[in-house]
Write a protein that binds this ligand. Structure first.
Ligand SMILES: Nc1ncnc2c1ncn2[C@@H]1O[C@H](COP(=O)(O)OP(=O)(O)OP(=O)(O)O)[C@@H](O)[C@H]1O
Ligand SMILES: [Mg+2]
Length: 496
């Protein structure tokens, strides 16, 4: 127990990284970094292209300036000046497939890599930018593009890559710092927002579930639902309802358990009391008085039944009925017995009729059938008596028991001319504790009767009820004789 409590304690507070909060943090960081890469790479690629295009434009202007010189002849010094101003080493302009002009500074230049700016594929551009940034040592590169001022079809330049590298590094560092700062800010805001909107409410739900699970009988641990209209709000409200239901179920179970204990105690001591009563009544049967002789055996039989019943209840720990011990029961005699017992307690203004035919035999547990009929008869008598007590002018009461056999089923009807069953208790008439309408009733009688009849494979039903009276019908099927298993088409020996 302590072990499981500790374990669930660990589970309710997962480590920072295993919890929702940590997961949200890790995910935010990952996505921010991804966003970072997606911003940074295209930015430097674009910067490099723009930078080179700037050089191309300057080189073109330089070429045009050289073209404007008289006879297109420039001194070596001036040429170097112009090229230096444009930041390139060589410029060549072509028109109509022919090279028109070449400006070249002094000295040999070996072009190590050349790029065509007319190609606009992103991935190679990103790769080229990366290479330019990371390369070590001076490099001379060639660049080809369409002249921006339309002075020809094609312009080719050669230049030292070092200035480009410096500019790229400076720009890259700048954009890295800015985007890291921005991403961190956005990430932080996203993290805080997710935490507030999702993680915290989820943690509240979880902690509440764990706390409630530890002690579901504490009503103060039921979650207070918020007014949220999203899924979390729904979950809170559903959890609230579920916990309430569970609590009331537990309370009912506790009540029933307490009741069970009380019943056991009552049964126990009542059995002892009845046992002494039994001893005394045993002595009574020795008395010669004819009235005593008539009633003593009934008293003894009743006490025997009561003691047996209490013993059963104690043995099973609850009032579960033992399976019926079925036998052939002469119904008329049984009804006589039931009526005779009931008569003792019945006012003189009620007549009880036994209209059961002599020949009817039921296949049932004698004691249990006795209890079923006694309960039904007592209900009828009590109903009539209550009505008569409220209105002394009420008609004479009558309760009639009839029975008939249809094939293998015996149907017994108990009909009274009482006031009928109140409408509001009819739907749950056969449920324990649900239907007691009269004061002093527990609402168990019909539930017990129904259970006993069901154990016989039969049924008890309210046939009619109203101001003219009430009638209950009990149907009891005979036990089915066990069928012999034989092959289809096989003849039974008797048929042969
Ligand atoms: N024949 C009847 N006529 C009118 N009302 C009846 C009749 N039978 C049962 N009832 C009503 O149904 C209720 C339930 O009957 P049930 O036998 O289950 O419990 P109870 O008689 O109240 O208590 P218990 O039998 O456990 O002492 C009764 O309280 C009574 O109001
Ligand atoms: Mg009753």
């Amino acid at each position: 127990m302590a072990e499981t409590a500790r374990k669930s304690g660990d589970e309710s507070t997962p480590g920072l990284l295993r919890g929702l909060s940590g997961k949200v943090l890790v995910l935010t960081v990952l996505f921010v970094m991804l966003g970072e890469v997606l911003i940074f790479l295209p930015a430097i690629a674009n910067f490099r292209i723009q930078w080179l295009k700037g050089r191309i434009a300057q080189a073109e202007i330089a070429a045009l300036a050289a073209e404007a010189a008289p006879d297109q002849i420039l001194s070596s010094d001036l040429r170097s000046e112009i090229l230096k101003g444009a930041g390139v080493l060589v410029v060549s302009l072509s028109k109509d497939q022919k090279r028109q002009l070449i400006l070249r500074s002094d000295g040999d230049q070996m072009i190590e890599a050349s790029y065509d700016l007319r190609e606009t594929m992103w991935l190679p551009q990103i790769a080229d930018a990366g290479a330019a940034m990371l390369a070590t040592g001076p490099r001379i590169i060639g660049v080809v593009d369409k002249p921006p001022n339309m002075s020809g079809d094609l312009i080719e330049i050669a230049l030292d890559e070092e200035p480009l590298r410096q500019a790229l590094r400076g720009y890259g560092l700048n954009i890295l710092l800015i985007s890291v700062g921005l991403s961190l800010l956005v990430g932080l805001v996203v993290f805080v927002a997710l935490n507030r909107v999702l993680v915290r409410p989820m943690q509240r739900l979880t902690l509440n579930m764990v706390a409630f699970g530890r002690n579901p009988e504490d009503a103060s641990r039921i979650i207070g639902p918020s007014a949220r209209r999203d899924e979390i709000g729904i979950a809170e409200r559903e959890l609230h309802a579920m916990q309430g239901e569970l609590l009331s179920m537990l309370q009912q179970k506790n009540r029933l358990a307490a009741l069970g204990l009380a019943v056991s105690k009552v049964s126990h001591d009542l059995r002892n009391m009845l046992s002494s009563a039994q001893l005394i009544s045993d002595r009574l049967s020795g008395v010669e008085d004819p009235t005593v002789q008539r009633f003593a055996p009934k008293l003894i039989a009743s006490l025997d039944r009561a003691i047996g019943f209490l013993t059963q209840t104690l043995k099973f720990g609850r009032a579960q009925e033992p399976p019926p011990m079925r036998e052939k029961v002469a119904l008329k005699a049984l009804v006589d017995e039931v009526i005779e017992n009931a008569v003792l307690r019945t006012s003189s203004r009620i007549v009880l009729y036994n209209n059961v035919a002599q020949s009817i035999v039921a296949d049932a547990d004698r004691d249990q059938l006795n209890r079923v009929l006694t309960n039904l008869l007592r209900n009828a008598i009590q109903a009539i008596e209550t009505a008569q007590a409220e209105d002394p002018g009420a008609r004479e009461g009558a309760v009639t028991v009839t029975a008939r056999r249809d094939g293998s089923v015996v149907a017994i009807e108990i009909r009274d001319n009482g006031p009928g069953i109140p409408e509001r208790i009819r739907p749950r008439l056969f449920e324990p504790f649900q239907s007691a309408a009269r004061s002093g009733g527990t609402g168990l009688g019909l539930a017990i009767a129904a259970e006993l009849v069901r154990a016989h494979g039969g049924e008890i039903s309210l046939a009619t009820t109203g101001p003219e009276g009430t009638s209950f019908v009990v149907t009891l099927p005979d036990t089915v004789a066990e069928l012999r298993t034989g092959r289809r088409g096989e003849r039974r020996p008797a048929d042969a």
